[in-house]
Design a protein around this ligand. Sequence first.
Ligand SMILES: CC(=O)SCCNC(=O)CCNC(=O)[C@H](O)C(C)(C)COP(=O)(O)OP(=O)(O)OC[C@H]1O[C@@H](n2cnc3c(N)ncnc32)[C@H](O)[C@@H]1OP(=O)(O)O
Ligand SMILES: N[C@@H](CCO)C(=O)O
Length: 381
Amino acid sequence: MTRTHGSPPATGAWREGSPVGRRRWFQLPGPLVLEAGGVLPQVSLAYETWGELNEDASNAVLVLHALTGDSHVSGPAGEGHPSPGWWDGLIGPGRALDTERWFVVAPNVIGGCQGSTGPASTAPDGRPWGGRFPAITVRDSVEAEVQLADALGIRRWAAVLGGSFGGMRALEWAAGHPERVAAALVLSSCAVASAEQISWSGVQVQAIRSDPDWLGGHYHDLPDGRGPHAGLGVARRIAHITYRSPQELEQRFGTQPQDGEHPWLGGRYAVESYLDHHADKLARRFDAASYVLLAQAMSGHDVGRGRGGVEAALRRITARTLVAGVDSDRLFPLEQQRWLAEATPASAPVRTIVSPHGHDGFLIEVEQVGQLVSELLADPG
Ligand SMILES: CC(=O)SCCNC(=O)CCNC(=O)[C@H](O)C(C)(C)COP(=O)(O)OP(=O)(O)OC[C@H]1O[C@@H](n2cnc3c(N)ncnc32)[C@H](O)[C@@H]1OP(=O)(O)O
Ligand SMILES: N[C@@H](CCO)C(=O)O
């Protein structure tokens, strides 16, 4: 199987590697001590930027991607990026994140597989980390991003934005580093993972671990790119159902057969074919061990951990905060965002993104997201 994992250039410099496409690398100056007790002796963060940082570094906006996203928020597909930007249309002159005014930074999460250090990266002993990669949390990824901000000379973000897993990180930034976040947009996310979200992630993790090529996560140096791709595909099928609304699936696919062949005579339903397609695409671009690690980080998300509980943590937030969700989201239901907005004194009332597309609406409804970004940035305070 052809894979498209990003990785730092072999000759990467200590502080910043040479760019590939738009992507650059920052190497943390020292080991990263993780919340769960592990240590990553060397960490590279891949990131992309748009626009120019102004003299007093007051125009920086941090954009944080979701589970299988990456730093390529905007722009065409190209070297290092098999797909166009996932919020294409949001960044650029005259757009919501106007690059004449804002300096936009988007890092790839640690533990991922799009250039930042993760299970497919080489460990200090010269072998892939694989199953030895330590457990990471949302808070750990933010701590790595704090060091990136320091290296870029950004003391305070004009805004931190993110959806889903990215929204968890945006919230963690706002609660963990209130003095460094002027405004926050938390989309389709939550303050603490629900039992339902943990269940869906758990089943997906089990699907990957059930693949005979999982090998405890130690598959990265198998010949011919072998690995738990089938398990990852099952995980993606399950996830993708939760990312879309039942009404949308019904309306788009109903009981249609794919290619005219009746499913009860050995064919597939069109909706099955659609899920197969998304499973295949993800298995080609994403590492199963990263998926397991990040899914578990999402399940472990609790902004109140060690802070006297969720409400106390949300009271720490001083950033002007906008919380929004998609009306048809069954994975991160709007009720969670309503609760989050109400429990966050610095937040405006919850905003609703109207979309038939369910959770993925935060990726698809770029125009509505752009309006929320514009509203947030209209009063930089
Ligand atoms: C911050 C981040 O989260 S970044 C990560 C975001 N990206 C992803 O999650 C990648 C996976 N993709 C997706 O989840 C979605 O495609 C989104 C959210 C990006 C966009 O959603 P939509 O525009 O509604 O696309 P949709 O879900 O309809 O998928 C379209 C694809 O399904 C394919 N498709 C549609 N019907 C069928 C079918 N019956 N059989 C097979 N394939 C089908 C289309 O050909 C198209 O393929 P392509 O993407 O390879 O061109
Ligand atoms: N489709 C998105 C949604 C996750 O929140 C992703 O794969 O990252």
